[in-house]
Design a protein around this ligand. Structure first.
Ligand code: FAD
Length: 466
């Protein structure tokens, strides 16, 4: 049975990009249809990304933190872990948020069509639903179809012991030995979770540092801690072979750490690929590159004037906060408002233990591009608050323009670095300089104070430390 629907705006995909765009367009008075292939809204971020991973990471952080209290004369028994309850707890958080989205869609009269959508023309999308087919005619479309984990040809991905991030978040068991292929944010976050639960972790990374993109001094602080917790971190090493056997997954390594090992489980976290190839975009005339990315301008418009694209599928950092901001721009442009996506920076955060966060210019990039900068670094070993929470490994670093003294970039490593980086992003967007930040009275004793102190370090006006 075919149902015909006519709407002003159709949004393809209900991740953070898609639902934000749909809600914003509806709030601006548009008639909106939101298409999603899964029965729950929220996309990767809410269902199998940001939210469930952070729920598990919080649990992991408490397990690790409990161990640090020995020095204060408090010791705990090793934790008893009930995986079914842990999974249920995580799922409850997800359900609360995704259910909330469904209610918000209803409130705004956004029609949700469940099924897989594909373009039929520049003004029509066909959706295969469980009751047949829904054909949606639209004036404007916003593509928000997101991305999927990258697979490596030749790896036994069909074996349940070879996991992607979605599988790993299911915490089916606590494996004895686990290999993390890829030392980026997602791999290292999942490593934090499994390590806290008791799994012996090996990490293999092709590049010469963990978390490529972040400055090495930040990563070193993280590395110092996880080196003690993990079995092995193999940099500049490639997985040359992987085969599924009775006793486990046999993995062959080449490069700096050659050899062969057998693991109970392997998590492949080597990146994500956009879903741009799965929507018959070419039928609408929308250009999709060989990877599946869709190019857009600052208004989030594709090469086809009435079709927009946002989120992971348009490239750039694959982050939820980028998707939601792009979403608002697309919806506003469609509603005739003068919006464009023009951020000075999109912050990155790894919610590992310790967290690593950075924004704006990094030292690595400055050196690569020959950009001059001045630096203020405040080591957390000199922060009373950091010492009080037994976390002196942290560091706050700010980079400034030598001429104007305005902030150019920031990097923070330590617990809550992700919460702290927001202030630096605001400073950059507002064009704050060393004095603005250094003279801003930060509460004492906080970790947040280290941002003011790093600015004072750069300015040379620091007086007291603790
Ligand atoms: P998605 O969230 O991928 O949503 C796309 C939606 O479109 C999906 O629901 C999909 O089912 C649907 N869809 C696709 N094709 C069709 C079709 N043809 N028909 C119907 N529906 C379709 N980002 C952060 O900012 N912070 C984090 O802490 C963070 N943690 C992460 C942890 C993990 C483990 C992972 C995997 C990702 C994490 N991310 C994080 C990244 C974040 O999840 C993504 O950047 C974000 O979800 C992208 O949003 P999106 O709207 O572009 O696409």
């Amino acid at each position: 049975e075919t149902t015909e629907v006519v709407t002003e705006v159709v949004v393809l995909g209900a991740g953070p990009g898609g639902y934000t765009a749909a809600f914003r367009a509806a709030d601006l008075g548009k008639k909106v249809v939101l298409i999603e292939r899964y029965d729950s809204l929220g996309g990767v971020c809410l269902n199998v990304g940001c939210i469930p991973s952070k729920a598990l990471l919080h649990t992991a952080a408490i397990i690790e933190e409990a161990k640090t209290l020995g020095g204060m004369g408090v010791t705990f028994e090793p934790p008893k872990i009930d995986l079914d309850k842990m999974r249920a707890g995580k799922n409850k958080v997800v359900a609360k948020l995704t259910g909330g989205l469904a209610a918000l869609a209803k409130q705004r009269k956004v029609q949700v069509v469940q099924g897989t959508g594909r373009f039929e023309s520049p003004n029509r999308i066909g959706v295969d639903t469980k009751d047949g087919r829904t054909r949606i005619q639209f004036d404007h479309c916003i593509i928000a179809c997101g991305s999927s984990p990258m697979k490596i040809p030749g790896f036994p991905h069909e074996d349940p012991r070879v996991m992607d991030s979605t599988d790993a978040l299911e915490i089916a068991d606590v494996p004895g030995r686990m290999l993390i292929v890829g030392g980026g944010i997602i791999g290292l976050e999942m490593a934090s979770v499994y390590s806290a639960l008791g799994t012996q972790i090996d990490v293999v990374e092709l590049k010469n540092q963990l978390m490529p993109g972040a400055d090495l001094d930040l990563v070193r602080s993280l590395e110092k801690i996880i080196k003690k917790r993990y079995n092995k971190i193999m940099l500049e090493t490639k997985v040359a072979s992987m085969s599924a056997g009775k006793k486990g997954i046999k993995v062959g390594f080449e490069g700096k750490h050659p050899g062969e090992e057998t693991y109970d489980k392997v998590l492949v976290a080597v990146g994500r690929l956009p879903n741009g190839k799965l929507i018959d975009a070419e039928t609408a005339g929308v250009k999709v590159d060989k990877w599946g990315f869709i190019k857009v301008d600052a208004h989030m418009r594709t090469n086809v004037p009435n079709i927009f694209a946002i989120g992971d599928v348009v490239g750039g950092p694959m982050l939820a906060h980028k998707a939601t901001h792009e979403a608002k721009v697309a919806a506003e442009v469609i509603a005739g408002l003068p919006a464009q996506f023009d951020p000075l920076t999109i912050p990155s955060v790894a919610y590992t233990d310790p967290e690593v966060a950075w924004m704006g210019l990094t030292e690595t990039k400055a050196k690569e591009d020959g950009i001059a900068y001045e630096k203020g670094v405040f080591p957390w070993a000199a922060s009373g608050r950091a010492l009080g929470i037994h976390r002196d490994e942290g560091m706050t670093k700010l980079l400034f323009d030598p001429e104007t003294k305005r902030i150019l970039g920031a990097g923070i490593v330590g617990p809550n670095a992700g919460e702290l980086i927001g202030e630096a992003v605001l400073a950059l967007e507002m064009g704050a300089d060393m004095e603005d930040i250094g003279l801003t009275i930060h509460p004492h004793p906080t970790l947040n104070e280290t941002i003011g102190l790093a600015a004072e370090m750069a300015h040379g006006s620091i007086t007291d430390l603790m």
